[in-house]
Design a protein around this ligand. Sequence first.
Ligand SMILES: [Zn+2]
Ligand SMILES: [Zn+2]
Length: 326
Amino acid sequence: MKAAILSAPQPVSERPLQIVEVADPRPRSGHVLLRIRACGVCRTDLHIVEGELPPKQVRIIPGHQIVGDVVDGELLGARVGVSWLGGTDGTCTYCKRGMENLCDSPTFTGYTVAGGYAEYAFARSDFVFPLPQALDDLHAAPLLCAGIIGFRSLRVAGVEKGERVGLFGFGASAHLAIKVLQAWDCEVYVSTRGKSHRELAESMGATWVGSETEKPSVELDRAVTFAPSGDVVVAALSSLRKGGIVAINAIHLDRMPQFDYDKLLWGERQLRSVANMTRADARDFLALAAEIGLRPKVTVFKLDEANEALMAVKNDAVDGAAVIVP
Ligand SMILES: [Zn+2]
Ligand SMILES: [Zn+2]
């Protein structure tokens, strides 16, 4: 099969992914074989390819937002989705407490096991999600990480109906989260760099839109940050009311700057990180997405253009989400 392989992390401008023919994946028990229809491109893929996340395998196929048909194994013939959480041990203290997103021995799709920048992939049969018919391939793919983890971020931020919520950054994840927030009658305040991202936020009905350094004129109940930047986290904190919560939706931050505790955290403001996802997050979100007719804005790339897709994500040149079609 054809696949995009990473052997050595490098800046994406060096085109680190090699698109080559590799042996077809061999059947494994407890797994299903998928013929891939589409695979979303996530900022985490960029962190893997550029080495901000240390390599776990000598060679890896990235990609963890896979839509595919089961061609071998349980659920034969079903169209399913695979996300970042490729598996857990089921036995550690976190799994036993219902916090499988924090599992001590997790498997991550496209990082610790082969992912979806390919024609075929294996996935654990208990970690695939049958996809509602209402979600077509291209529009389902970005839901599988950007969507699910964006949804988890809203949960971690404790968002309640009708609240004022800030989204700091407006890429693939945020442009899905805004639709969920609107379905919950929230006012959405978007702070983001890049004119086209601000225009997209405006066209999607944000209550307020500003650049990454501008502050909304009202205090926010909740905020979610999406940029891999500690300065953005501090900007989000400074926009909160007392008792408000900032959830950081980023697997990697450039650094966490010093900030003024008395002004920014005192008053029971909280700073929380968002780590991975649970299968319950995935199921709840996919059902909600089908119900509210969530349709991401997508830009399609061929598998041969996997490096270009990552470059576009890095340069904020994609409005909405990038999707690779093999
Ligand atoms: Zn575990
Ligand atoms: Zn992701």
